[in-house]
Each structure stands twice: as C-alpha cells, then as structure tokens.
Design a protein around this ligand. Sequence first.
Ligand SMILES: O=C[C@H](O)COP(=O)(O)O
Length: 227
Amino acid sequence: MLCVMNFKTKMPIKSQLKMMKEIEQNQFQPRLLVAPSILEPNHYSNFEIVSQDLTTKARTVGEIPDNALKYYGIKYAFIGHIERRTMLKEDYDVINNKLQNAIRNGITPIITVGLSGDQPSKIINEFNQIVQKVDLNHHKIIVAWESMASDKAGKQMYTNPEAKNIFSTIRKRLDQYNGIQYQLLLGGHVEADEAKLSKEIGIDGVLIGDRFRTFASLKPILDGLSD
Ligand SMILES: O=C[C@H](O)COP(=O)(O)O
C-alpha cells in the first residue's frame, strides 16, 4: 500500500524538515512518499521525496524545472494539484503541458481529480481534460481522487460503494492504455478509517495533506494501510 503525504505552504519549513527526520527514525509497512514545499534531495532511507509541481516544457520563471528533479533524484511530481487549479487558476492546457514534460523526463505524475464533483462521468471528463492526447501507454502514473465535499466538511461525505464505483470507473479509463502502470489513491480529509477503506475497496492507498505533523499522528494512517 502507498501513502502520499503533501505538506502545504502553511506548514512551516522547519516543521516539515523535523517531520521528515522523525519519519526516518521509525519503521512502517506501507510505502511513503512525501512532498515538502521546497525541493529536498531524495536521500531518505524509508520514504521518497515528491515534487509538488513541475514546470511546462517552455522556459519559465519560478516554476520547478525537470533538471532540478533529476539533480535531486526525485522521481515523482504532482501535476496540476487541485489546489493549484483552485487557488492559482492553473488551467487544463498548462497542466497538460506539465504532464507532457513529466512523461518525456521519466517523472511519474501524480494527478488529482475531483474538482468537478463526485460523479464518475465528471471525474473522467476532468481526467481527460488533463491528459488530452498525452500517450500514457507503458508509463507509470498515480491518480488520486479527492473528495472535495469531505475536504470541506472535515469528514467522509461519500459512501463506501460510491468510492468503489468512482475508482472502478477511473480504473476502466486507465485500462485503455497498453502497459500502463498506475496506482489509485483516495484523498480528501482522509483519516485512519479511510486508509482502511482504501484497502477494502482494492485501491493502492491514500493522499493526505499537512494535518499530520508528527509521526505519532501519522501512524494511524500508516497502520490503516498495513496488513
Ligand atoms: O495533497 C493533499 C490533498 O490535497 C489532501 O489534503 P487533506 O488531507 O488536507 O484533505
């Protein structure tokens, strides 16, 4: 099972570094990926670093370059994270260009969907607008469905069968690519129960934000993903 933890800009960098050091001193079963808000060399022993973003193919300013990811040994990047779409108005064409950049540099994209609501058809439409004509055959990708309603309410706002149905629709869409390797994550105010739910519905794990700032608070999530 997989847990992706995404620190956000309101979490002080000192706390992020402290949390990463603390994680390294502990043992746990699921694979853990951590996205700090500034790039960090991918040199930790029991988790991997994720970039919160990646620039487009163009020459830009203030964005994270693909060569920086290579320099730091980082193999994963969020592409068009939901909060970049809502707060920074990043549009589908920009996200698609970033996705092309990830694919051509061998970076595994982490795509988040759910902004358009919880209806499977709307989620697939969102995914299609992000991916457009990018060839995902024989590539690796992580797709997280984030329940925006749960995020807002601070509790699970979907039924277990609804979540299962959403992921089975996403799976069907991804299965259209040949040789694709994908992992599916549940996001949107995930707590330990939702971590267990991700196992029950046969997906790969969870995406969580910066609500867990000590290893002790993260542990129930990791335990929920363990055998
Ligand atoms: O990137 C993380 C997701 O936006 C989930 O954040 P959250 O656990 O605070 O809902």
